[in-house]
Design a protein around this ligand. Structure first.
Ligand code: PLP
Length: 433
């Protein structure tokens, strides 16, 4: 892979921060090293002394005075080493990426910690997307992605999808306007980036089959583009075995994967990960050096302590309990939907994640219905248009989340929604007479 061909001018111009390099060198050195180099403040002046974070199972994460000083101090831009190495092992166990054994230049698997996967995604987009580029994605998609990608001035090309995610034949059709032989030619317009949410898509709840992923990967090889696999709902898959990821198929080193702890450990701690070929992850780290410097040392240490205490087995056991909760929530929502919405709406049962994507029958656009009428009836949903590339285009869908409300609240909400839809349909009928 010729990675430099994918980089934007901004990313290409990034240089390692000399101070950050020294800081990282110092942190890897024995305590006998006397460093007058770093500009780090003296943690003895900080007001916090120690902390005990009580866990629900009665255990505790303890930050004694030494640990607290570390938690309150600057740390390495790629993430604290103990968290990075734990996560690398997890990625190897879950995805067994072919790139794990590659040399760095060949695209060896690398990983860095980011402040939520959103930071990672945003930096990956800025690294790879230049104004005028053609970028492939399957809309409707996560509004946070659109918010990060659209200002980059690229041309977003929608690849049709269904409940099983992006349709490879449709992608092939979209790509047929270019010649794969032109992929390396400057200015050929052949897309260099494809973005997708492979599990429990936000907003559609769609999950991509392994077969589709393989076909999309083959097209990526033919046209030499990178795949950005945004997978925050990977751990919220309701069926086992979990679907193989793009990372697990990545024989070329063309997949950049973002993971998130937001849905399983805490969204407020802001811990996410970028995993991908070293030459690209290193560029993301250069961007981190120049912006946040690193994700909060405190939250990284807190999570790292927990993970080392749990081990992989304890972590996966915790995931099982989270999945059980969301499965019950999903089933409750599906049964309420069956009770109240069968005549007026359509949906698919999501195989992962926390969303149901509902098409309201006979309603051309849900924007006004939700923003005005639904509020009056005290039920709030997201109008589907906000997830489209052109948000002003009419959209008959709404996104509902089964994460936070109780089954009783969900049932009541759908009762109200059903009444609302019926009322809207009656009004339309009257207008037609
Ligand atoms: C598809 C998708 N990607 C990325 C994110 C960002 O997650 P975080 O930054 O909390 O890891 C979200 C959050 O909802 C999401 O739905």
């Amino acid at each position: 892979m010729n990675y430099s061909r994918f980089l934007t001018a901004v990313s290409m111009a990034r240089k390692p921060s000399p101070i950050r390099i020294l800081t990282e060198l110092q942190q890897r050195s024995p305590p006998s090293l006397i460093s007058l180099a770093g500009g780090a403040p003296n943690p003895n002046t900080f007001p916090f002394l120690s902390a005990t974070i009580q866990m629900k199972n009665g255990e505790a994460v303890l930050f004694d005075q030494t640990m607290m000083k570390k938690a309150l101090q600057y740390s390495a831009s790629p993430g604290i080493p103990e968290l990075v190495s734990w996560m690398k092992e997890l990625q190897k166990k879950l995805h067994n990426p072919p790139t794990a054994s590659y040399s760095p230049e060949k695209g060896q698997m690398e990983l860095c910690v980011t402040t939520g996967s959103q930071e990672g995604l945003c930096k990956v987009f800025e690294m790879l997307i230049s104004p005028g580029d053609n970028v492939l994605l399957d809309a409707p998609t996560y509004s946070g992605t659109l918010a990060a990608v659209q200002p980059l001035g690229c041309n977003i090309i929608n690849v049709p999808s269904d409940q099983y995610g992006m349709i490879p034949e449709a992608l092939k059709d979209v790509l047929s306007r270019w010649d794969p032989a032109d992929a390396q030619k400057l200015g050929s317009g052949v897309p260099r980036v494809l973005y997708t949410i492979p599990n429990g898509g936000n907003p559609t709840g769609a999950s991509m089959t392994a077969e589709r992923k393989q076909k999309v990967y083959e097209l990526a090889q033919d046209y030499d583009f990178l795949i950005i696999e945004d997978d925050p709902y990977y751990f919220l898959q309701f069926e086992k075995p979990w679907a193989p990821s793009f990372l697990s198929m990545d024989v070329d080193g063309r997949v950049i994967r973002t993971d998130s702890f937001s849905k399983i450990l805490s969204s407020g701690l802001r811990i996410g990960f970028v995993t991908g070929p070293k030459p690209l992850v290193d560029r993301v780290v250069l961007h981190i050096q120049a912006s946040t410097m690193h994700t909060s040392t405190f939250t990284q240490l807190m999570v790292s302590e927990l993970l080392h205490f749990w081990g992989q087995e304890g972590f996966l056991k915790h995931i099982d309990s989270v999945v059980e909760f969301y499965r019950a929530q999903r089933n409750a929502m599906l049964s309420s939907a069956d009770n109240w919405l069968k005549d007026v709406a359509e949906w698919h049962a999501p195989a992962a994640g926390m969303f149901l994507w509902i098409k309201l029958k006979g309603i051309k656009d849900t924007q006004k219905l939700i923003m005005e009428k639904a509020l009056e009836k005290e039920v709030l949903l997201v109008p589907g248009g906000v997830f489209n590339i052109h948000s002003s285009e009419p959209c008959p869908y709404v996104r509902v989340a089964f994460s936070l409300s109780t089954p009783q609240q969900i049932d009541e909400a759908f009762k109200r929604l059903s009444a609302l839809i019926k009322e809207a349909l009656r009004c339309e009928e009257l207008l037609r007479i």
